[in-house]
Write a protein that binds this ligand. Structure first.
Ligand code: MSP
Length: 527
């Protein structure tokens, strides 16, 4: 059994509803966790909602309701969408949870006692959109703050600061010497550049209550609440049981940490996850070996523009709504498309027509055809029971050999979080198997009694491939694979360790269940 492997994903804002960009990140985490569990690892998937901050307070005010009522309502939109997408998370993080608030408060007090947090007067420009003070480094070439900062106003106020500058030297050295801290590696340069720029800046971690009430109160000054990022980042350890009280039902921290991967989008790598967070952990007392790793994914864009709620037309918003999409196409189709058509780390363009096309060609036609042929023909020609193989030929040998290569390629890609590569290998194998079927033509073999050994071999081979593929694809399209495994009458495939997956997994004389089409084609005309 390998080490515990722990997956967390960035938690979402509660500004209404999730869009497909959010959904992609959770599906990616879900696929990785399901795969790790299939590999016998003790994986744990944590996700949740980031419920504090100015944006939440402002939107609640606009709607004339209390922020607590507002976040209860919007949190439901997220849990509903995640359930529809069949996300199997093990832990759920809500930052208004008392257990989280206690963990944040204890950390703030500890850092304050250690002199890592201090108070100072500061006059500067503040971005309401990003909820942070800006410095001259954020100005563009013309000396202005660009549109990414939204409305910027000048503020002169006292606040509390975390001594980020005490840890920057350590951070630079840590990042330079730990090549696998940021995955993919090409993002490392952005982080090192950002460190150069933030070297002498401390982090403002408070907001005066007269401006923001909706946050965690500072334990050493009740006139202030905690900056939303300082609060939210701590979810990764608070909900993993860090410093939990003895009667808490949270997991045991030592079991989940340090083997930990945070899955985040490229927009929140710098500065929050690659600068603030490791420096906060370092200040709290985490060692280099206890630092998490960051898996940084790219963005789903709409017509090559960023998916952003505020800039979408209502039609586009409906199109990007994962709940609408699941209701229309089913969870498997969405899950498949979102990890199939993006290379982890890169961007991709969201295109519903391509979603339909990929579903129809790769799942309904290719995989659907393989299942239909393998299972229906076994039912029709062999009474629904697999038979001993008494014949062999080069094509069958190649198909068996190719199963070994496919499983190895799939595992190698999944271990590198390259889901689309893993899928390509499986799809290629399914195509090969369909070509094998065309060449062997079991429907003709069935007409000639003297060809029974050939027929049982070919159908036996198809059954083995269907079983192998149903295990490999299960982390990505769990419900379709469950249906396939039910038709194979193979409950033993449900908790198989992927390292034991091999040719012969379906025994001889094994009765199959009733075959039914697994993937109804999505019709374009209906769209
Ligand atoms: N609440 C913060 C995260 C706090 S983590 C301690 C946040 N929320 S967010 O809703 O803006 O984004 C949540 C995640 O979704 C982020 O990792 C972000 O990168 C990701 N995505 C947001 N839009 C996306 C796309 N269009 N495509 C892919 N992922 C995207 O940041």
């Amino acid at each position: 059994m390998s080490d515990t492997f722990y997956t967390t994903t960035a938690i979402d804002y509660t500004n209404g509803k999730p869009h497909i960009g959010h959904a992609y990140e959770k599906i990616l985490a879900d696929v990785i966790t399901r795969y790790r569990k299939l590999s016998g690892d003790n994986a744990y998937f944590l996700t949740g909602v980031d419920q504090h901050g100015q944006k939440v307070q402002q939107t609640a005010e606009k709607e004339g309701i209390h922020p607590a009522t507002y976040v209860r309502k919007t949190t439901k939109n997220f849990t509903n969408a995640w359930n529809k997408l069949q996300l199997n998370y093990d832990g759920w993080a809500e930052t208004t949870d008392e257990r989280h608030k206690k963990c944040v408060t204890d950390i703030l007090q500890k850092l304050h006692d250690q002199g890592q947090i201090y108070k100072k007067q500061y006059k500067g420009f503040y971005s309401i959109k990003q909820e942070q003070f800006l410095t001259d480094k954020e100005r563009d070439e013309e000396g202005n703050f660009g549109p990414e900062w939204g409305d910027v106003e000048e503020r002169d106020e006292e606040n509390y600061y975390f001594k980020l500058s005490d840890h920057v030297q350590w951070l630079r050295n840590f990042i330079e010497t730990n090549n696998d801290f940021i995955i993919p590696k090409f993002r490392k340069a952005d982080v090192l550049n950002a460190i150069e720029r933030s070297e002498d800046t401390d982090l403002c971690i408070s907001r005066p209550k007269e401006r923001l009430r909706w946050g965690i109160e500072l334990p050493f000054d009740p006139d202030f609440v905690t900056f939303v990022w300082f609060d939210a980042l701590i979810n990764y350890i608070s909900f993993a049981g860090y410093n939990k009280s003895p009667d808490s039902d949270l997991p045991d921290f030592d079991k989940l940490w340090p083997a930990n991967l945070h899955i985040i989008g490229k927009d929140i790598l710098v500065p929050s996850h690659s600068i603030y967070w490791p420096c906060m952990l370092h200040a709290i007392g985490f060692t280099d070996q206890q630092m998490p790793k960051l898996l940084v994914h790219g963005f789903w864009n709409l017509n090559s523009g960023k998916v952003s709620k505020s800039e979408m037309t209502p039609q586009q918003a409906a199109l990007m709504d994962p709940v609408n999409l699941v209701d229309k196409f089913g969870a498997d189709a969405i899950r498949y498309y979102l990890v199939r058509d993006i290379h982890t780390g890169k961007d991709s363009n969201f295109d519903p027509e391509r979603l339909i096309m990929l579903f129809n060609t790769e799942l309904a036609n290719n995989l659907g055809n393989l299942c239909n042929r393998g299972l229906s023909m076994t039912k029709r020609f062999l009474n629904g029971t697999t038979a001993k193989s008494e014949y062999d030929d080069q094509l069958s040998k190649d198909l068996r050999q190719q199963s070994i290569t496919t499983i190895a390629t799939y595992k190698d890609a999944m271990d590198r979080y390259a889901i689309s590569e893993a899928l390509e290998a499986v799809i290629k194998y399914i195509t090969l198997c369909n070509q094998y079927t065309d060449k062997q033509a079991p429907w003709s073999l069935a007409k000639d009694d003297s060809k029974t050994p050939e027929l049982t071999t070919v159908l036996g081979h198809l059954t083995q491939v269907v079983a192998i593929v149903s295990v490999l694809l299960k982390p990505i399209i769990p419900s379709a694979c469950e249906r396939i495994q039910n038709q194979l009458n193979a409950p033993f495939l449900e908790d198989i360790n992927i390292n034991n997956l091999k040719w012969g997994i379906i025994p001889t004389d094994h009765p199959l269940a009733k075959p039914k089409p697994v993937f109804p084609r999505i019709s374009l005309e209906e769209e």
